[in-house]
Design a protein around this ligand. Structure first.
Ligand SMILES: *Cc1c(COP(=O)(O)O)cnc(C)c1O
Length: 355
C-alpha cells in the first residue's frame, strides 16, 4: 500500500533521550527547556524571523486573525485546506474569496483590489504546496489600503524565496507541524513575526493573555506547544535535510516518467527554493481524474484530492463564483510523495497514470 504521504518517525532511542530530559526537569509544559531549544534551532535552520511554537497550525491562524483582522472581511483564497476558511469563519470574520492563478495555484493578486470594501481588514493567502504567492504585489496592495497580511504557510517548511525564508513575508506567517507535513511534532505549528510589538501580542494571546502569574496584557487563549511535542520536533529536525533530498529525487523521478501530454503541473514561482512538499497533477477533467484515481486505488496506491472541494463552495460561506479554483479543485490529484518511496514504485505508478 502506498499513501499520499508517510509520517517520518525518528529512531525511538533519539526521542527517548529527549524524554529523559523532560523527566529530569519534571517540566512537561509552559515553555520548558526543549520548547526553547526547538524554537532556537528552528530559527537558525530556517533563517527565519522570531517564532512562537503552538499546538497546531489552525490555532496559529486563528490567533493571527484574532489579533489582526477584527471582525472584518478577510480576502482569501478558495484553493487551500479547509482550515484556512474555517479559521476565518470561526473568528467571526467574513471570508471574501478571490480566484486563483491557473498555473501558480496561489491567489490571483490582480483580482484582490476589486474585492476590497471599507469593511476589509486583512488578506489571508496560502502559499499553495509551498509555492509562494506574489508577496511583493500583495504587500503593495495591503500598504495602499491599510490592510494586514497573514500567510498560511503550512506547507512551507524550508522554502526560500529570493534567498530569504518565506516566513519573512506578511505581518504574520503560520506553519503547521502536523504529522502529514515534512517537519512535524505530531500535532503542532508556529507563528512567525518580524515586528516585536506584534510578536508580543501574538505571544500573550497564545498563553491566556498572561503578564506574569496574576496580571493580564489582554484577552488570550491556550495554544501552547508541550515539551512532548517539542521533543518530537527535536528528534525529527536533524533528518530534515535527508528527507528533503529524498523528496527531491522522487519529484525528479515523476518529472522524468510522467507523460505530460494530458497532465499539467503547478508552475513554481521564479526565485523559489522549493521543499518538494507535494506532487500535484492537473488532469483534463474530473472524469479523467476518477479514472486515474481508481486505476491507482485498484493497485493499493492512494493519491489525495488536495484541495477539494473549492472553499468558496462550502456550506457555511457566502458562495461566490471562482472558476479557476473550482476547475483546479475538480481536476487536481496529489500523487504519493514520501521519503521512502523507491524508483520501482514510481515506475509502476507512472505506468498506471500514463496508460
Ligand atoms: C495542514 C494545514 C493546516 C492546518 O494545520 P494543523 O496543524 O493541522 O492545524 C492549515 N492550512 C493548510 C494549507 C494546511 O495544509
Amino acid at each position: 500500500m502506498i499513501n499520499v504521504t508517510k509520517t517520518f518517525l525518528p529512531p525511538q532511542e533519539e526521542y527517548h533521550k529527549y524524554l529523559e530530559q523532560i523527566w529530569d526537569s519534571n517540566q512537561i509544559a509552559n515553555g520548558g527547556k526543549l520548547w526553547y531549544e526547538l524554537q532556537a534551532k528552528l530559527k537558525e535552520y530556517l533563517e527565519s524571523p522570531d517564532l512562537i511554537l503552538t499546538a497546531n497550525g489552525t490555532l496559529s491562524l486563528q490567533i493571527a486573525l484574532k489579533v489582526l483582522a477584527g471582525n472584518g472581511e478577510v480576502i482569501t483564497t478558495p484553493f487551500s485546506y479547509v482550515a484556512t476558511t474555517a479559521a476565518i469563519v470561526w473568528e467571526n470574520c467574513k471570508p471574501v474569496f478571490v480566484d486563483i492563478h491557473p498555473e501558480y495555484l496561489t491567489i490571483d493578486e490582480t483580482k484582490i483590489e476589486a474585492a476590497i470594501t471599507e469593511r476589509t481588514t486583512a488578506i489571508l493567502a496560502t502559499h499553495v504546496f509551498g509555492n509562494p504567492c506574489n508577496v511583493e504585489e500583495i504587500d503593495r496592495i495591503a500598504k495602499k489600503h491599510g490592510l494586514k497580511v497573514i500567510y498560511d504557510a503550512a506547507h512551507c517548511f524550508g522554502v526560500k524565496y529570493k534567498g530569504q525564508s518565506i516566513f519573512n513575508f506578511g505581518d504574520v506567517s503560520t506553519c503547521s507541524f502536523h504529522a502529514t507535513k515534512i517537519f512535524h511534532t505530531g500535532e503542532g505549528g508556529a507563528m512567525f513575526c518580524k515586528d516585536p510589538q506584534l510578536f508580543k501580542k501574538l505571544f500573550y494571546s497564545h498563553n491566556f493573555g498572561h503578564k506574569g502569574a496574576t496580571e493580564f496584557y489582554g484577552l488570550g487563549i491556550n495554544a501552547k506547544m508541550s515539551e512532548l511535542q517539542a521533543a518530537m520536533g527535536l528528534a525529527v529536525l536533524p533528518y530534515v535535510p535527508k528527507l528533503l533530498e529524498a523528496r527531491r529525487e522522487i519529484t525528479e523521478g515523476y518529472n522524468e516518467r510522467l507523460n505530460f501530454s494530458s497532465i499539467a503541473t503547478m508552475t513554481l514561482r521564479k526565485s523559489t527554493a522549493w521543499n518538494y512538499s507535494y506532487y500535484p497533477i492537473l488532469l483534463d477533467n474530473e472524469k479523467q481524474l476518477f479514472k486515474v484515481k481508481k486505476a491507482l486505488e485498484d493497485n493499493y496506491i492512494f493519491p489525495r484530492r488536495y484541495f477539494y472541494p473549492a472553499l468558496n463552495t462550502l456550506k457555511y460561506v457566502e458562495i461566490t463564483k471562482c472558476e479557476v479554483s473550482e476547475k483546479s479543485s475538480n481536476n487536481i490529484l496529489c500523487l504519493p510523495l514520501s521519503y521512502d518511496m523507491t524508483l520501482s514504485q514510481l515506475d509502476v505508478m507512472c505506468q498506471i497514470i500514463n496508460s
